[in-house]
Write a protein that binds this ligand. Structure first.
Ligand code: NAD
Length: 381
């Protein structure tokens, strides 16, 4: 069985889907591994390191030739996959809702495609969960980005020339990224508060030493929410949340938003009017920018300043800017997951009854097969 690790082609993508560590482990499982030359360069991994680990390194055509499994960080361009084995498996973060046409093209070309972001949130799949491994680094990087743009200090400092007060940081959306953002901002010395719609996050916020700011008038989502995910909230909840945020946000220096709803545009959490109430020099980082943004007026790929001097950061792909660590974790997620595709003798033998494989499978036998990608008329909902 041949595994190909492709060089990412998307602009700004610095991560790589395999590392020398995972290459060695794939080889120990009985596979041969080919790596596209330069694939690891932007994640600080030289081609020679892959060779030392036992991989062959060559151009894209040589890497793809006869490959049974193609590993990527993002879904590779279907037109760039010539030479792979018929019915080869594509395993990557396919962004199936955002890049639906690409999934259709994989199906049409007869590839079997697995979307890593559809990993179910069950204990057995934790080691394969790319959303968790990458979001954790996003939360960290968001705070560092904010600190870099902020023209004041995060920690309180008592100096002979007077006192510098601690930055006030508000985190909206306390999933994996939000929790890491809270922890990172606390380490830098900020005074941190946070909010979410899922009740279970209140205790998590407090256990990190931050203040929980929650809508009390209208019930949010009980406990963890289904699979740890939020849903669209009622208009009544949204109005209560807007009121709560309005009174809190004007006092904040840094706001990090991370709120997402699977398969839907990101919820709008901060309006122009709320931004206008903030102090000049405040910084907002919108981690949901690629899903439409939590912040009114956020621009993908840009840092812009509003008329009242608030900086809004819309940088996409934050894990791609912590590429070495993000790749190491992502590659381990793929290694754990690809184990489901082999039998003990190292031959390709996917267990289609496995709930993890079923959840991630988006294209098989020439068709798009995932329920979440079916038209509503077919599902009858
Ligand atoms: P996510 O990226 O889908 O969303 C980020 C956060 O935004 C969530 O906490 C969500 O509740 C919040 N949010 C959504 N709409 C909001 C709104 N209108 N206002 C405020 N906040 C809003 O979430 P995530 O980071 O993927 O993780 C969510 C949960 O799943 C976490 O509790 C995590 O621990 C859990 N999880 C479990 C597993 C597992 O068991 N294998 C794996 C990963 C994550």
């Amino acid at each position: 069985m041949k595994i190909a690790i492709l060089k990412e082609q998307a602009a700004g993508e610095r991560r790589v889907a395999g590392t020398p560590e995972t290459v060695k482990k794939f080889i120990a499982l009985g596979a041969s591994v080919a790596v596209e030359a330069g694939a690891g360069a932007t994640a600080s991994i030289a081609d020679e390191a892959y060779v030392t680990a036992g991989a062959s390194v060559g151009d894209r055509a040589a890497t793809l030739a006869g490959a049974d499994i193609l590993l990527g960080v993002q879904g590779p361009d279907p037109a760039s996959l010539g030479g792979a084995a018929a019915g080869a498996w594509i395993v990557a973060g396919l962004n199936p809702f955002g890049e639906r046409a690409r999934v259709d093209a994989y199906a049409a070309a007869g590839y079997e495609a697995l979307a890593m972001e559809f990993m179910p949130r069950i204990t057995r799949a934790q080691s394969m969960d790319i959303l968790s491994s990458q979001s954790n680094l996003s939360g960290y990087k968001a705070v560092l980005d904010a600190a870099a743009e902020y023209d004041r200090a995060f920690p309180m400092m008592m100096t002979a020339a007077g006192t510098v007060s601690a930055a006030k940081c508000f985190v909206m959306g306390v999933g994996v990224a939000g929790l890491q953002a809270i922890a990172t901002a606390r380490r830098l010395g900020a005074q941190v508060s946070a909010t979410d719609v899922r009740a279970a996050t209140k205790e998590q916020i407090e256990s990190l030493g931050a203040k929980a700011i929650f809508v009390e008038k209208v019930a949010g989502i009980e406990g963890e929410g289904t699979g740890g995910y939020a849903t669209e909230m009622s208009d009544e909840y949204k109005a209560a949340q807007a009121e709560l945020v309005s009174s809190h946000i004007a006092k904040q220096d840094i706001v990090i938003t991370t709120a997402l709803i699977p398969g839907r545009p990101a919820p709008r959490l901060i309006s122009d009017a709320q931004i206008a109430s903030m102090k000049p020099g405040s910084v907002i980082v919108d981690l949901a920018v690629e899903q439409g943004g939590n912040v009114e007026g956020v621009r993908v790929g840009e840092v812009h300043e509003t008329a009242n001097g608030v900086k809004i950061l819309g940088r996409p792909n934050l894990p791609g800017r912590v590429a070495a660590d993000a790749s190491a974790l992502y590659a381990r997620n793929l290694l754990a997951f690809a184990g489901l595709l082999f039998d003990k003798a190292g031959a390709l033998a996917p267990d289609f009854e496995d709930e993890i494989l079923k959840a991630a499978l988006v294209a098989r036998g020439g068709m798009v097969v995932h329920l979440a990608l079916m038209p509503r008329e077919i599902l009858g909902v």
